[in-house]
Design a protein around this ligand. Structure first.
Ligand code: RIB
Ligand code: CA
Length: 308
């Protein structure tokens, strides 16, 4: 592992696109993944936690721990997106069973990792609802302050939402958690639908992945194929969560703006909508532009690298 590798924890609700993102991070020399913490989101916590172990088993990385986190949002009743990700959360795509049982209590484990590492050396790559991160900030604030950088897939600035007119799933699933995280002043980068909807896999991309002849590329092609089946119409599918890893590995692929973000914590159809510029709190670095062809090329190149 190169010294320049990004030491990171992936907080995730796998999830078809989470799985592609995790396989990318495991295949790329740019990352040193120290653990996966799971959260209820796309599907329930038992399934997201099992899936994290399944993905690691497929990548022959069961040395990486899976630690289960929040089974529900901070204060609301949760909802899932099984209609997209399937009842098994991975679109029915064949993955091995976990080789190692998951541990419990993601917040305690995260705090221990942060307190054991030199301050400012551990990133968190957040691919699901922000419940675990909010609980870490609430219950272990001194540990949370040691995070080097939090990169979050979520929200929509100028784009329509995907669960409400203006609300995106990861934020809408736990608006109170997102509000707490975005107002905390951690070094935070937000990767919203404004860019993730531009990084799209079409069927030609699936063929290119399959031609790479690695387990990660083949599994990713099968996952995206399942994504095609679950959502009607369209010649391509957005690769939301992989954009977090793409930003981490090559931020020059994206353009960002510093925006003060509040979150609609109401109960209407806009619950979870981002309120840009309506917060007196600290700004968040928001990605609003992306070189999508170059991003897709990097993703395919990394997935196509055989495991060492
Ligand atoms: O809106 C897209 C996000 O919601 C992605 O993280 C996807 O996995 C779902 O969790
Ligand atoms: Ca996700």
């Amino acid at each position: 592992m190169t010294d320049a590798a990004i030491r990171a924890v992936i907080d995730t609700d796998p999830g078809i696109d989470d799985a592609v993102a995790i396989l990318y991070a495991l295949a790329s020399p740019a990352f040193d993944i120290v653990g996966l913490t799971t959260v209820a989101g796309n599907i329930g916590i038992e399934t997201t936690t099992r899936n994290a172990g399944r993905i690691l088993a497929l990548a022959a990385r069961s040395d990486i721990p899976v630690v289960a986190g929040a089974s529900a949002p901070l204060s609301r009743t949760g909802f899932d997106s099984a209609e997209i990700h399937g009842d098994d959360g991975l679109g029915g795509v064949g993955f091995p069973e976990p080789l190692v049982p998951a541990r419990g209590d993601a917040v305690t484990w995260l705090a221990e990792q942060l307190e054991a590492a030199p301050i400012g050396t551990l990133d968190i790559l957040a691919l699901g609802p922000l419940t675990n991160i909010a609980l870490l900030l609430r219950d272990r604030p001194s540990a949370a302050r040691r995070i080097r950088r939090l990169i979050v897939m979520g929200g929509a600035i100028h784009e329509p939402g995907n669960v409400g007119p203006r609300s995106e799933f990861n934020i809408a699933a736990d608006p109170e958690a997102a509000e707490l995280v975005f107002s905390a002043g951690l070094p935070t980068v937000l990767i919203p639908l404004d860019v993730t909807r531009k990084v799209r896999a079409d069927r030609g991309y699936l063929d290119a992945l399959r031609a790479r002849d690695t387990a990660a590329a083949a599994a990713s092609a099968n996952l995206i194929e399942a994504y095609f089946q679950s959502a009607s119409g369209g010649e391509s599918r957005p690769l939301h969560d992989p954009c977090v890893m793409l930003f981490a590995e090559n931020p020059a692929l994206f353009s960002t703006e510093d925006i003060r973000i509040a979150v609609d914590t109401g109960v209407g159809s806009d619950a979870g909508a981002l309120l840009a510029g309506e917060s007196g709190g600290p700004a968040v670095s928001v990605a609003l532009g992306v070189d999508a062809p170059a991003a897709l090329e990097l993703l395919a190149a990394r997935l196509g690298v055989s495991a060492g």
